[in-house]
Design a protein around this ligand. Structure first.
Ligand code: NAP
Length: 225
């Protein structure tokens, strides 16, 4: 029987790609998504099943569900995300900026979660890459308020999913990966992808029912919503 797979949505670079590298290094079967053909080729070289998926395309999301038919997932990681405008105060986002950030960071996970939940094995894990910037209780800066609002909404969606999926044996978690040196985090960030992802993998591996519907930093520190 084939072992349940790890799914990483948004695996072309940064944190998503590092999840793929580390899970492959541990011998796991990995399904990873990408947008550009050259990223798909690189993922194939890592020995994963690479599937094209632009999470802004609703038809592609529906087709993605069909392409996973027959698959059992041990872990699904919804990593794809964008920051949007680098605002410093209460600068109004344009409608286009709002739609792009909210569709990528909130609508896409809300369309993917229902497709993925039935494919998760009992005891499986469903994780979203959120951000501490989306914690309403910890907010102390007005920078990037569209991104903050999108991650707060994503946290709300994850919590709702946990209420329904927890009793079915699926552990739902939101992660703050740390401030990580990627295209999004920038070169001045204080954490490398390897350490961030290794930490989140440890939290995922150790998670039990008591972790369902909660928000964790990459190092296992619980965060308030
Ligand atoms: P990144 O380097 O900018 O990578 C973003 C990833 O999301 C890429 O794989 C990108 O694919 C994918 N993506 C974006 N829009 C997509 C779309 N429409 N369809 C499919 N994939 C799409 O960012 P990162 O730093 O690795 O961040 C990963 C996650 O962690 C994000 O959700 C981010 O909000 C969160 N996070 C990061 C930090 C940090 O410090 N880096 C901190 C807190 C939270 P393409 O290559 O095709 O664009």
């Amino acid at each position: 029987m084939t072992a349940p797979a790890i799914l990483v949505v948004g695996a072309s670079r940064g944190i998503g790609l590092e999840f793929v590298r580390q899970y492959r290094a541990s011998g796991a079967r990995v399904i990873a998504t990408y947008r550009r053909p050259q990223d798909g080729e690189r993922l194939l070289e890592l020995g994963v099943s690479a599937l094209a998926l632009d999470v802004l395309d609703p038809t592609a999301i529906e087709n993605f569900g069909e392409r996973l038919a027959g698959e059992t997932l041990q872990t699904a990681i919804l990593n794809a995300g964008i920051y949007g405008p680098r605002s410093q105060g209460l600068e109004p986002p344009t409608i286009e900026e709002f739609d792009r950030v909210m569709h990528t960071n909130v609508l896409a996970p809300m369309r993917l979660l229902p497709l993925l939940a039935p494919r998760l094995a009992a005891g499986g894990r469903l994780a979203v890459l959120s951000s501490r910037m989306g914690s309403v209780s910890l907010m102390q800066s007005s920078s990037g308020w569209l991104y903050r609002a999108s991650k707060a909404a994503l946290n709300g969606a994850l919590k709702t999913a946990s209420v329904e999926l927890g009793p079915k044996g699926i552990i739902c978690l939101a992660f703050h990966p740390g401030w990580v040196r990627t295209d999004m985090g920038g070169s001045g960030a204080d954490l490398g992808v390897a350490d961030s992802v290794a930490g989140m993998r440890r939290v995922l591996a150790a998670a039990d029912d008591s972790h369902n519907g909660r928000f964790f930093s990459y190092n296992g520190e619980p965060l308030t919503w």
